[in-house]
Design a protein. Structure first.
Length: 124
């Protein structure tokens, strides 16, 4: 069982991720993963929280607000690709083909390279 502090922390983490999703379209992995791990959850526990969060509650309000900008063909292809990718990635982690340390390293490298890209490409 989690303490009241942890329960409030989880709510705050979800709120931060939700605001981020609404503003820049990402937050579940980028923001939520490190915060959930920092709060004491394991990588698989954090991933399961993020997957459930993305099922419907986080995305539906954003889809409604951005409905005029949706392009069906690329959206459909990205969704189908993500279904396969999520299945493959979760299969690799759950069956211990990829260790927690490799996930930490991947996240670190990805965030670092993404930061460099956005800094040079979009910083005025």
């Amino acid at each position: 069982m989690f303490s009241l502090f942890h329960l409030i922390s989880f709510f705050v983490i979800g709120s931060i991720a939700g605001v981020s999703m609404g503003i820049i379209g990402m937050g579940a992995g980028l923001i939520t993963m490190p915060l959930l791990v920092y709060s004491g959850l394991t990588i698989p526990q954090s991933i399961s929280v993020i997957m459930i969060m993305q099922l419907l509650p986080q995305s539906l309000p954003g889809v409604y607000n951005y409905r005029e900008h949706i392009l069906l063909e690329p959206t459909g292809l990205v969704v189908v690709g993500s279904i396969f990718g999520i299945w493959l990635g979760s299969h690799l982690v759950v069956n211990n083909y990829i260790s927690d340390i490799h996930i930490y390293r991947f996240i670190t490298i990805f965030l670092f390279l993404s930061s460099i890209y956005f800094y040079y490409k979009h910083w005025d």
